[in-house]
Design a protein around this ligand. Structure first.
Ligand code: ZN
Length: 412
């Protein structure tokens, strides 16, 4: 698929720091240790609705990872998928009497626009599920051959499932106990009651064609892929196994990332699939998680249409830590807009307090598991002094402008 256009990332002086991130699988804050090419996979959208602030918060968090690796001198191979065939897309298309292909293309186009407006650096590979079906079919064929997958005994709909006991490590990624896994599997698209499965938690790999559903011919028979195998195949074929960061919202920790890892480890034999599993918190509105099912979404495109500067959306979401569940409020946006104005006023001055130490502290905070609240406070402190006309360093305003652009993606 066509990705979105990039923006130049300026180089900044001083010494970069290695990035430390919280890893869900080990529960530890550990340094990322990429080679010359840092490899990251972040799960993309299912394009049945516009980009809401929960999506934006997730992609902005991983944009910081991207930027901090660039700052540390790595090349970044970033891969993101688009789940352009799955149940939610078909259900929404049916509800709205829409064509599922057109719906998917329209919402994917809007997502790209939103990402560009937010200055999110694009993935090198932006890959749709539909265009990857041959890769997915090949992967499922291998899982069947390895004995890691099986067909249910149903002559009408011989769906293929993954045997979750195959790797002997199922559950390591999320760390959840059996009861929690069972609950989340049922809540998040799983089908524990499907007759013929060996285990209620085994996940769908290939759904045999149903009447009135899109299907693709393949050596598995006509059908369409499950969700988790899509990400396993796309990631393995582009990043290999043992890549640096697998990312997404915290609601993907189980079952999606657990199964993506299990499928990939059953395919490639390596462990772990990713060295860090990194999860962003949920954005709430009115006391509840922002989600399609609750209907309490705030869309990035709506805010843009209302004239909100995307840089203020960045600052509003960075005011909280990426891993924390946090509310979106009108006050949060108002404060971010005021902060943006103050920052812009300060960097337009002809002098300010020295800024080298500000750059160093920004790096310290951001490489410490993306501590954006402290990073913003660090810039705020410089801005306050600058606006009091305290500084005489003529190079400082430009250095602050370049640094917030490079590390935070905020253009002043
Ligand atoms: Zn995924």
């Amino acid at each position: 698929m066509q990705t979105w256009s990039s923006v130049a990332v300026p180089r900044i002086p001083g010494t970069p720091r290695p990035l430390r991130l919280h890893d869900t699988a080990t529960g530890q804050l550990r340094p990322t240790a990429p080679g010359p090419v840092a490899r990251m996979y972040v799960c993309g959208i299912t394009p049945y609705d516009a980009t809401h602030l929960g999506h934006a918060a997730t992609y902005l968090a991983f944009d910081l990872v991207h930027r901090l690796w660039l700052d540390a001198g790595h090349e970044v191979h970033y891969v993101q998928n688009v789940t352009d065939i799955d149940d939610p897309l078909l259900e929404r298309a049916e509800r709205d009497q829409d064509d599922w292909v057109v719906l998917g293309m329209r919402e994917t186009a809007l997502f790209r626009e939103d990402m560009e407006a937010l200055r999110v650096l694009p993935p090198r590979d932006y890959i749709g599920a539909v265009e990857t079906i041959p890769e997915i079919v090949e992967a499922i064929g291998k899982l069947l051959a390895h004995g890691a997958a099986y067909r249910v005994d149903d002559p009408q709909y011989p769906d293929v499932y993954f045997d979750r006991s195959y790797t002997g490590r199922f559950g390591y990624e999320s760390g959840y106990d059996e009861a929690t896994m069972a609950t989340l599997f049922a809540e998040r698209g799983g089908d524990p009651d499907r007759p013929g499965k060996r285990d209620p938690l085994d996940a769908l790999l290939w759904r045999a064609a149903r009447p009135d559903e899109p299907a693709w011919d393949s050596e598995l028979g006509p059908g369409r892929p499950g969700w988790h195998i899509e990400c396993s195949a796309i990631a393995l074929n582009r990043l290999g196994t043992g890549f640096d960061v697998q990312g997404g919202g915290s609601d993907l920790a189980f079952p999606h990332h657990e199964f993506s890892a299990a499928h990939a480890e059953a395919l490639a034999g390596g462990h772990p699939f990713a060295r860090h599993y990194v999860h962003a918190g949920m954005i709430g509105l009115g006391g509840e998680k922002m989600s399609k099912s609750k209907g309490n979404l705030v869309f990035v495109s709506r805010l843009r249409a209302d004239g909100v500067d995307p840089a203020a959306i960045r600052l509003a979401l960075f005011a909280g830590h990426y891993r924390s569940d946090r509310p979106w409020t009108g006050a949060l946006l108002t404060e971010a807009q005021a902060r943006l104005e103050r920052w812009r006023e300060a960097v337009s001055l002809t002098a300010g307090p020295e800024a080298d130490s500000v750059v160093a502290r920004l790096r310290d905070h951001l490489t410490d598991d993306l501590d954006t609240p402290r990073a913003l406070a660090t810039v705020d402190a410089w801005v306050t002094e600058a606006l009091r006309r305290d500084g005489t360093d003529n190079a400082a305003p430009a250095l602050i402008r370049t640094t917030t652009d490079a590390l935070l993606g905020v253009a002043l």
